[in-house]
Design a protein around this ligand. Structure first.
Ligand code: 8Z2
Length: 300
């Protein structure tokens, strides 16, 4: 938690300052064969932490489509915070345990036919995921091994680098308008920082899902690799990122993200009220229901 406050509050916690001493190539230990792996998992997140390299592989494990339920969101934040406080962990590769799907985004059933209290708790958890991941001191690499709409894309955009499997069936983007809902300002801010204003505006208005070559072309993902190379590429990339002196990289990350983070922190309650009012509207509930029905009909 302390490390998170760096990016959230712009202060420098002890761990950040001690980062100077840690600025060694993390992959040296790994190549010398001193592999100490720790596995731990909640119900919906699987973690494998390699203490030699300082890298944790974090797999979303909520079949069939890794939709982000309240339970998953809660486990996600606990896991990141636990890794953040673990001195042997300095980087995370975020990926999916489900074949073909990175994440289907927010669990739509959490936003349908529930109480205002439930919507508020759910949205607070979505905000927390963003604050925790976007504000992480650790190096975060998204190994996108499947389709990734809406909040699935958001999670990937929160990471420092995105590697995607080059599969013509996979798409990625913020498709909220296609559901009749609106991506909030902090989704928009995250995308703007990656794509720029014009492309983000077009992308959000159209609710555009991009094929992998399109995503690479506009910079929504940084690298495309064959499906079976996603994990090994992520492992190589994270080594490069971890080779940079940690304190300098972390302060730079904070500098780039602080403004966006503070904006949500300062408007958190208003954003929750806005969500609760918006999602509870009959017209929005109807749109979501139609969308879910359409998803189910596709199969028949
Ligand atoms: C002003 C601002 C205020 C704020 C305004 C509010 C802002 C809200 C921001 C919202 C952010 C979001 O992330 S909204 C979520 C957007 N997500 C999506 O649009 C993804 C929808 N899903 C898909 O496109 C597909 O399912 C896809 C992921 C490609 C996988 O396709 P497949 O053919 O492999 O699988 P399917 O058969 O479709 O799905 C398997 C089952 O999972 C279910 N399922 C699929 N996606 C689901 C989902 N997101 N939530 C729940 N359930 C889902 C299906 O209904 C099926 O259920 P059964 O039939 O029972 O088996």
């Amino acid at each position: 938690m302390a490390a998170l406050t760096l990016l959230r509050r712009g202060s420098a916690p002890a761990r950040l300052l001690s980062g100077t001493l840690n600025a060694r190539n993390p992959c040296i230990g790994a190549t010398q064969g001193c592999h100490l792996r720790r596995h731990f998992s909640n119900n919906k997140i699987l973690v494998e932490l390699d203490e030699a390299s300082g890298v944790a592989i974090m797999k979303l494990n909520n079949p069939p489509v890794n939709s982000l339920s309240l339970e998953l969101l809660t486990e996600f934040c606990i896991t990141i915070e636990k890794l953040e406080m673990d001195r042997s962990c300095r980087g995370v590769i975020l990926t999916s345990a489900a074949p073909k799907i990175f994440s289907a985004g927010l669990d739509i059933t959490e936003m349908c036919g529930k109480s205002a209290e439930h919507y508020a708790a759910f949205w607070r958890a979505v905000q927390e995921l963003w604050l925790t991941l976007y504000g992480s001191n650790m190096v975060t690499i998204a190994a996108i091994n499947g389709t990734s709409p809406a909040a699935g894309c958001l999670m990937a955009m929160c990471c420092d680098f995105r590697i995607m499997a080059d599969n013509p069936k996979y798409t990625i983007g913020l498709n909220e308008t296609q559901l009749g809902i609106v991506a909030p300002f902090w989704f928009k801010d995250t995308m703007t920082n990656i794509l720029g204003h014009r492309l983000t505006e077009q992308s959000l208005q159209l609710g555009q899902m991009y094929t992998t070559p399109e995503a690479l072309k506009i910079g929504l993902v940084d690298q495309l690799v064959p499906e079976d190379k996603v994990q090994s590429t992520a492992a190589a990339v994270i080594c490069n990122w971890l080779a940079v002196p940690a304190h300098a990289r972390q302060i730079t990350k904070s500098m780039m993200r602080k403004q966006n983070i503070e904006r949500l922190v300062n408007h958190r309650e208003a954003d929750i009220d806005n969500f609760v009012n918006f999602i509870g509207k009959d017209s929005i509930q109807k749109s979501l229901q139609v969308y879910m029905d359409r998803l189910k009909q596709r199969k028949q």
